[in-house]
Design a protein around this ligand. Structure first.
Ligand SMILES: [Zn+2]
Length: 253
């Protein structure tokens, strides 16, 4: 049986661990120590990198030293130099020992090199889509980032969203500021609070839930554009401007 579990790392990162109790792969290992603890006697076969930031790559060198046979996958334009197989949109990566394969899509915005790995069940989307939020826009443009989120919206509703930070509670607080009367957001907030009190990860979420409740996936909606016009005192009537306004409000929230 295939298991997909978050390994806690650094202050609020998750390194996703995909394994069948014999073979493993990990996504975005920002630290090697918690990965080695989680692996135990399992064989690490691969590392998947979504983008170049240090908190997603810092553990790679030590893991490569420990498990010299692993293959490291990452974006074609990634400045991180330990990548063995460089990937572009449309590429597929297969792991026979795990009986699993992923498709690659390019989702720039947080960084220019950012990619996601997905199949019918999971998407590993790094720092692009978070539960009820999205990553900061360090390198891309609003049009680019909004386009990347639109790509993620095309995945099946049941797809589990395996993102890499525990930001859900603060994202919900912001979303409720944007959409104060949304009862479902209030219910989701209660569920997440219970999980966090018990020290459980709030993730993975699902694409279906994010499409419903994440304001960053609803920049095409008139109600949101009107609300953002009200909050920013500017006329906002297209998805790109709505994304830009929402991201800016969140940056200073
Ligand atoms: Zn990042």
């Amino acid at each position: 049986m295939l298991l997909v579990e978050p390994i806690k790392a650094l202050s609020d990162n998750y390194i996703w661990h995909v394994h069948n109790q014999e073979y493993s792969l990990v996504v975005d290992p920002g630290d090697a120590t918690p990965v080695m603890q989680a692996l135990g006697n399992q064989s690490l076969v691969a590392i998947l990198i979504t983008h170049h930031h240090w908190d997603h790559t810092n553990g790679v060198a030590r893991l490569k030293q420990q498990y010299p046979d692993i293959t490291i996958y990452g974006p074609s334009s990634c400045p991180f130099d330990l990548i063995d197989v460089r990937l572009n949109e449309g590429d597929t990566v297969k792991f026979q020992q795990l009986g699993i394969e992923f498709n690659v899509i390019e989702i720039p915005g947080h960084t220019l090199d950012h990619i996601a790995y997905f199949n019918d069940d999971y998407v590993f989307c790094g720092d692009t889509l978070f539960s009820i939020g999205c990553g900061r826009m360090f390198e891309g443009t609003a049009a680019m980032f909004n386009g990347s989120l639109n790509k993620l919206k095309q995945l099946n509703d049941e797809t589990k969203v395996c993102c890499t930070h525990e930001y859900t509670q603060s994202n919900i607080t912001f979303a409720r500021h944007i959409d104060p009367n949304n009862q479902q957001l209030g219910e989701y907030q209660n569920q997440v609070t219970k999980k966090r009190i018990n020290n459980q990860a709030s993730l993975p979420s699902t694409i279906g839930l994010e499409k419903q409740l994440n304001p960053f996936l609803n920049t095409d909606k008139t109600w949101l554009q009107q609300r953002l016009s009200q909050l920013t005192k500017q006329s906002i009537n297209d998805p790109t401007s709505a994304f830009a306004a929402l991201r800016k409000l969140k940056d200073t929230f």
